[in-house]
Design a protein around this ligand. Structure first.
Ligand SMILES: Cc1ncc(COP(=O)(O)O)c(C=O)c1O
Length: 437
């Protein structure tokens, strides 16, 4: 019962049958043991917090410290020799992430690489895949794209001497709606037709939690001859992805959200295998992308490694890649299909509790159709913004950690690796209490 009691509000509300059901679900949950593999935050009074904020920063795997300590020890013990004889030799350290990342996005290992951070990778990908020429000189994104993506695409347009007012095409939900319709995005792609150079799509929209139907969107963009990239910041480790089969040209992601690899963790990149050996593709180059067999011959001419690794610039930061390997080890043991099943149940439970008990006060923005959402629910509290913010503060004071995104969205994301069904019931009870004031 300890996990249930830790959230004060839960004990004060008449939700005992829900707690009983949740405890039964927890008892039958094959993934329940993974929660003990993470450090759960505590408040200043030593009370364990109920963490529903993995869409922003995932919790720390306990194994992260061992992975980092291993590298510190090898560096201490071996100095430069660690590049070749460390327990996990540093020369090929990042390669250990390739197979588990490929499992998460369903690609070949050679199509993915752990490197840099999301926005850096987005720029590197646009160097290769946003190549405006003649009338094909437009770039399509969603109007509510994460600001860093917008800054990146606007700066790329300007870099090519193009005016964003004319060449940036922004798609938005219909008047009075809050999420994108697949048919509207496809219609816009088709309208742009031969003028479209690149479509940049989100996997899961960061504000609304909507999981986009990537397969038909990617197909539509490719059908008009455009390149397609996907921002998977809120998707990787969260929703089902089949990047290779879907034929995206590229994808980029960060690893600090659902991948639990720590603040500012090393991000990643997917490049479809049809581009693997295309050395004519323009790219920005660095020595870590150069032919591995010749890297230490220090030759003047760049010959890219075939595959996503050929886009690397620098030798990988070992200490910050270590927690990524630790976390990916957990994903390998848990398996995405089981995680996704539990995630849908956890988030579905949160939705049904809100709908049952708080329908008058809370508007759920995240779509509820199967496959249209991941772990996150985006909620709008039907009160003036200042009062809605006070509700969020009361929720935080009760020990439930979600986050607030301007202008008026509360985001909560039960995580199948470290949250339980009891957590969800306790969070819903705390939310109800926070609404009551
Ligand atoms: C959807 C999305 N895109 C891009 C970014 C920027 O990521 P980074 O700071 O790692 O470049 C974020 C960060 O949260 C994000 O949520």
């Amino acid at each position: 019962m300890q996990r249930v009691r830790r959230c004060d509000a839960g004990a004060t509300l008449n939700t005992s049958h829900r707690f009983a059901q949740a405890l039964a679900l927890d008892a039958a949950d094959p993934l329940a043991g993974f929660a003990a593999e993470f450090h759960h935050p505590f408040d200043v009074n030593g009370r364990k917090l109920l963490y529903l904020c993995g869409h922003s920063l995932g919790l720390q795997p306990k194994s992260a410290a061992e992975y980092i300590e291993q590298e510190l020890a090898d560096w201490r013990r071996l100095g430069v020799l660690g590049h070749h004889v460390a327990a996990r030799p540093w020369i090929e350290y990042h390669e250990r992430a390739a197979a588990p990342l490929a499992d998460l996005v369903n690609s070949h290992p050679s199509e993915v690489v752990a490197m840099n951070s999301l926005t850096v990778n987005l720029h590197l990908m646009m160097v290769s895949f946003f190549r405006p020429s003649g009338v094909r000189n437009r770039l399509l994104i969603e109007r509510a794209a994460f600001p860093s993506d917008r800054y990146a695409v606007v700066s790329q347009l300007r870099f090519h001497g193009l005016d964003p007012d004319e060449h940036l095409i922004e798609i938005a939900p219909r008047e009075g709606e809050r999420t994108l319709r697949t048919e509207d995005v496809i219609a816009q792609i088709e309208t742009q037709g031969s003028r479209l150079a690149l479509a940049l799509l989100p996997g899961v929209q960061y504000l609304t939690g909507q999981s986009l139907q990537l397969e038909p969107l990617i197909a539509a963009a490719r059908a008009v001859g455009a390149s397609v990239g996907v921002d998977l910041a809120h998707s990787i480790g969260n929703t089902p992805l089949r990047l290779h089969d879907w034929n995206a040209d590229f994808a980029v992601w960060c690893s600090y959200k659902y991948l639990n690899a720590g603040p500012g963790a090393v991000g990643g990149c997917f490049v479809h295998e049809r581009h693997a050996a295309n050395s004519a593709l323009p790219r920005f180059c660095g020595w870590w992308g150069h032919d591995k067999s010749a890297r230490f011959l220090f030759e003047p001419d760049f010959k890219p490694i075939s595959g996503a690794e050929g886009w690397q610039l620098s030798n990988p930061p070992i200490l910050s890649t270590a927690p990524l390997l630790a976390s990916l080890g957990i994903f390998q043991r848990a398996g995405m299909p089981a995680l996704q099943r539990k995630s849908a149940s956890l988030t579905g439970l949160l939705r049904s509790l809100i709908e049952e008990q708080m329908a008058k006060d809370i508007d759920i923005i995240t779509p509820g159709a199967p496959a249209a959402f991941g772990a996150q629910l985006s909620l709008r509290i039907a009160r003036p913004v200042a009062e809605a913010q006070r509700c969020q503060q009361r929720l935080a004071a009760a020990g439930v950690i979600g986050d607030w995104r301007e202008p008026d969205i509360l985001r909560l994301a039960p995580n199948p690796l470290y949250n339980s069904f009891s957590d969800v019931v306790a969070a819903a009870a705390a939310l109800l209490q926070a609404l009551r004031g």
